[in-house]
Design a protein around this ligand. Structure first.
Ligand SMILES: [Zn+2]
Length: 244
């Protein structure tokens, strides 16, 4: 009896928490959202830009010293060294500098990497095959694809991804220690609504039945797995969320 009282009541509009035995089956057009994380400018980015700038200055000085001095003065003896310096510094900044500074999305549609203003590479939670944490990167692996999240510039996004994986597909995060990343900050990232997914032409995960009409599609509210409305299993085949 005491246990019953502690079970969370299903709250109106509380979203897909899946607590207290609530069914997690979703229609395609049910509202979904995600957070968008801008990369944090870091010291190494500053050094990269500084290195590039100094290299450009050196190159400019070298060109001037070599070819544009007054004719009677001839090429400046230091000019070739400036060239070499510019090439080395520019090369080092380009090779070792930090350039992966794309915004990251984390939410109901999985993890997304913004390759351009309209081009977002996504891995849905149901497509995640593994999660790897190294000293400086959290890598989300899908089949034949991966999104690497640099901790230095994207720590809030990485924390959010790890927390979402633990909640939605916990089997994928068993290799990562508790407390390996700080807990997610609810104030980090800008909340945005998601468009309904494009599902016509895809197949039901449980029955392989073709989803010819988008109205026939059902989604797992926890991992985003896709089902035909006639083939919804009692529990999601991917994350075991209760569906029917
Ligand atoms: Zn699921």
């Amino acid at each position: 009896m005491a246990a019953d009282r502690t079970v969370k009541r299903k709250r109106k509009g509380s979203g897909s928490t899946g607590q207290g035995g609530e069914l997690l089956l979703r229609q395609r057009t049910d509202p979904r959202s995600e957070r968008r994380f801008e990369p944090k400018a870091s010291l190494s980015l500053g050094l990269t830009l500084l290195g590039m700038s100094v290299a450009a200055l050196l190159a400019g000085a070298a060109v001037y010293g070599q070819w544009f001095r007054a004719e009677e003065a001839g090429p400046h003896p230091v000019a070739p060294y400036l060239f070499v310096g510019a090439v080395l510094l520019g090369g080092a900044a380009g090779l070792f500098g930090q350039w992966s500074l794309k915004p990251i999305r984390v939410g109901d549609a999985g993890v997304g990497l913004e390759n351009g203003p309209t081009e977002i590479e996504r891995i849905g939670w149901h497509e995640v095959t593994g999660l790897l944490l190294s000293d400086d990167t959290l890598t989300v692996q899908g089949s034949g694809t991966a999104i690497a999240i640099p901790l230095r510039t994207h720590l809030p996004a990485a924390s959010r991804v790890l927390a979402e994986v633990r909640r939605r597909i916990p089997a994928r995060a068993t290799d990562i220690k508790e407390g390996a990343l700080p807990p997610p900050d609810d104030a980090a990232g800008e909340q945005r609504p998601l468009e309904p997914p494009q599902v016509a032409g895809l197949r039901c995960k449980a029955t392989d039945k073709l989803i010819a009409f988008e109205a026939d599609a059902r989604l797992c509210g926890r991992c985003g797995e896709l089902y035909h409305k006639d083939g919804v299993p009692p529990r999601c085949t991917t994350c075991s969320a209760p569906l029917s």
